[in-house]
Design a protein around this ligand. Structure first.
Ligand SMILES: [Zn+2]
Length: 211
């Protein structure tokens, strides 16, 4: 604003004061100051533009992450997420603690019915500690969380991570299958905080989710 006025005055000056050399000198010094201010303004505008572009990119990244987390059941602040649901859509199937002919002992996890090939994501960030075929569990990925809790993803058709890899919450780890002791495509999810399994639904609810 101030610079604009200064430029306007210096442009108007020659017509009004052309005959007075001292004024011209003064005007020329004004013009120098105006050019300097204009240059400073340009630089400030450029750095503001760069800042805005960086802010936009950050916003887009945040919106992207927020949308991904929402797909997996987390609708809160992305910075607060500790866990998400393992699938974008599923049918709640056999629950934790059931007994029956399908299981040698109590059902140690929660079954999520889904389609063959559906993407399974990590319910929490951790380290992949095992990827292997494991008898009745079929193709199983184990992710160990920082607190030592093991999360088992069983009956997978395919795996997209390797042992030793760090995975972020909601990162794809593989796809739904029916390997091992399974009667159809589903994810058998186990959560083992201290070696023995707890009800994954309770664990997910405790993390603020609505499975
Ligand atoms: Zn199961």
């Amino acid at each position: 604003m101030v610079v604009g006025i200064a430029i306007g005055l210096s442009l108007a000056a020659p017509r009004a004061d052309a005959a007075a050399p001292d004024i011209i000198v003064q005007q020329s010094s004004h013009q120098g100051a105006s050019l300097e201010l204009a240059q400073q303004l340009r630089e400030r505008q450029q750095s503001l533009m760069a800042l805005n572009q960086r802010a936009d990119a950050r916003d887009r990244a945040l919106i992207g992450r927020k949308a991904v987390l929402a797909t997996y059941g987390w609708t809160g602040d992305p910075d607060d997420v500790t866990a998400v649901l393992p699938l974008a859509s599923y049918r709640v199937s056999a629950g934790f603690g059931l007994t029956g002919p399908l299981w040698e002992a109590e059902h140690g996890g929660q079954d999520f019915g889904a389609s063959l090939g559906d993407t399974i994501v990590a319910v929490a960030a951790g380290t992949v500690t095992e990827v292997a075929y494991s008898g009745a569990y079929g193709l199983r990925t184990i992710v160990t969380l920082p607190d030592g809790t093991e999360v088992w993803y069983c009956h997978q058709a395919d795996v997209s991570v390797y042992a030793g890899q760090l995975v972020d919450v909601a990162a794809p780890i593989g796809t739904v299958g029916s390997t091992g002791n399974s009667t159809g495509p589903h994810l058998h999810l186990e959560v083992r905080p201290a070696g023995s399994p707890v009800d994954p639904m309770d664990w997910l609810r405790a993390a603020g989710l609505t499975p």
